[in-house]
Design a protein around this ligand. Sequence first.
Ligand SMILES: [Zn+2]
Length: 180
Amino acid sequence: MVSNYGIFAIETKNYQGWILGNEFDEYWTQVIFKRKEKLHNPIKQNYGHIQALREALSDYTDVNYISIVAFTTKADLKVKTNTDVVYTVNLPKTIRKYSNETISDSNKEQIYEKLLSLNIDSKENRKAHVEAIHNNLEDRHKKVDADTCPKCGGKLVLRNGKYGQFKGCSNYPKCRFIAK
Ligand SMILES: [Zn+2]
């Protein structure tokens, strides 16, 4: 979001359960149904997005970037961070905290146009990106069909779970891959 008060990079997440983490952790933890899952620290993720913006907008050296991570209320946030990690319903309030005008109207328009042009430019890139994901998925399916874990290369074995049989990695609990 480009505004007179800076450029807001907003990373939205749609996770359920408890979300635990700190500013500088590599991973955060999601606790759901008494299970712990890892997720990449979204603050770090968003930092990467801001770095990409900085590069694209290198002509505008004194622009300030504001990182916000927003979770839907499906999540129960238990995080300790300096960066704003908020519920999506509180996004307007969070954005309104910033009241110092740092970007002129004309720069704001220029930046907006620049970002728009990059978006159109990346139509081909988008296609390549989607293709790469498909190839990745195909590769994954092939491995699973051959009873090889796509995550760690281990052997996949049939296991009996609460809800019936499933194919899981023999390196459990080190590797938690489950074929779906
Ligand atoms: Zn595995």
